[in-house]
Structure formats: structure tokens, C-alpha cells
Design a protein around this ligand. Sequence first.
Ligand SMILES: C[S@@+](CC[C@H](N)C(=O)[O-])C[C@H]1O[C@@H](n2cnc3c(N)ncnc32)[C@H](O)[C@@H]1O
Length: 266
Amino acid sequence: MKWIGGKRQLLGHLIPTFTEAQVGASYHEPFVGGGAVFFALRAQGRATCARLSDVNQELIGGYLAIRDGVDDVISHLRIHASLNDKEYYYRIRSQHPRSAPEAAARLIYLNKTCFNGLYRVNNSGVFNAPYGRHKNPTICDETNLRAVSAALATSSLEVASFETVLDHVHCNDVVYFDPPYIPVSVTASFTEYSAGGFGNCEQQRLADVFRELNKRGAQLVLSNSDTDEVRRLYSGFRIDQVFARRNVNTRADRRGPVAEVIVRNF
Ligand SMILES: C[S@@+](CC[C@H](N)C(=O)[O-])C[C@H]1O[C@@H](n2cnc3c(N)ncnc32)[C@H](O)[C@@H]1O
């Protein structure tokens, strides 16, 4: 799925970083979102024992449904694909799914057909993106769904806030943190992932968790925007600057390469 802050763009920098980590340990991704890094690692036969989590209940429910019942998800998606138009989109958007596979299919369908492919909820946590005029959206990519299901087969998935890594991560485990970014300017806000947001307190708590797991001997990688605040929070660790094109800004003139950082403790 296309996800706000998705890391597909940075895989060229991120995957070689993980290659330098020792293998054999468990992999943890507490802000999994669209899971670009996890799926790229799985495609290379790594991250076989993974714990993936995110506060977004619909997203984790979707992964669980794909992992445990991909055929049912595909059946529902085939129906969406055959009926897709603007009117049908708004009907599905307003519906409350009655089962986990139906909810997963609804999430994927809305993600593939909504404006900008942006997952966006209002203050009550309701998905509210308008219909997007995609020419030929791939709504039911059966091969990909089956590959996702297979990749997730040996992973545990949880709706949980990032602090729960403290209960699970051991020495040598690999952890990738990809939190909602600290905004580079007052107008840029990448923090509207879920009702509640992710502000300065959460960024500070995350840096504390990073330092705690560092003491434990875990192998840690984190991405964030390149700001003074991020460099202050992670001072003492290796910080590499990278550039990514971000297309999620609704104003075309604000899209373009932005400086981000990859922080690591090895
Ligand atoms: C930058 S996105 C991750 C993108 C992901 N790496 C990808 O490739 O698509 C950040 C994610 O953090 C999740 N999130 C926000 N607050 C959180 C929290 N307190 N604990 C765990 N996850 C949280 C959001 O739901 C969102 O999926």
C-alpha cells in the first residue's frame, strides 16, 4: 500500500545499512505502516522472525487478515475491482465492515482508489479521503497479496505503541524505527497518521527508548527528518543525511527532494 512516509524511496540507503547488522536475531518494526523495509528484507530472505506493530488498528487488522485468510481478502477485493466507480467508492467508504477480511479489502480498495493514495482519518478516527481519479488502479493484485501473506507468515503483528518494544527486544535484535517525522517547517505536517498525533513529547520518549535499547545491545536504525531537533535527540550516534522525493504534499510546488537522516548505533 502507498502509505504516508513510506520508505520505498529510501530503500537504496536503508537496505545496505541493515546488511551491515549481524544476522540471526529477531527483527522489530514498531512503526510498520506500509512496511516497505520489512517486505524488502523478507524478499532477501531476512527478517524471518519479526514483530511488527503500529498504533493503526485498521492497518494491523489488514495485515492479520492477509496473513491468515488471503483467499477471503482476494474474494472481497475482486468484487470491489469489478464495481469500482465514484459512487461505489463513497458507499464502501461509509460502510462498517462485518468481518476482518472485509475490513482488509475495504482498506486496500480505499487506499488504491482514494485521492493521492493517502490514508487520512478525521478527529474521530474515520477515513475521510475523497475519491481520486486514478486511470486504471490495480485494486486486486492477487500475486502481490499472496506474496505479502507468505512474507507475514512467520511474523507477529500487534496494535501497540512503540514503547512496547521495551518488553520484546533483546541483545543483538535488529530494530527499525520509522516514526511520524518532526516537521521541517511549521506548515509541513507529517504527523496526522492517527487521531492523537505524534508531537515533541513522543519524539523525546522515542529517543529515550532508543538509548535504552542501545544499552541493551540491540542493533538500531531510525529515520526522521533532518532537523536540529533530531540531531540533538540522537547526538552521539552515527547520523547519515539522505535525500528523498516526497509526493504526499497536496501542493505540487512543495513536493521535491527533502533532507532526511538515518540514525544508527552500529
Ligand atoms: C512514517 S510512518 C511509517 C511508514 C513505513 N515505514 C512505510 O514504509 O510505509 C509512521 C507510522 O507510525 C504509526 N504511529 C503513529 N504513532 C505511533 C505510536 N505512538 N506508536 C506506534 N506507531 C505509531 C503511524 O500509524 C504510521 O503508520
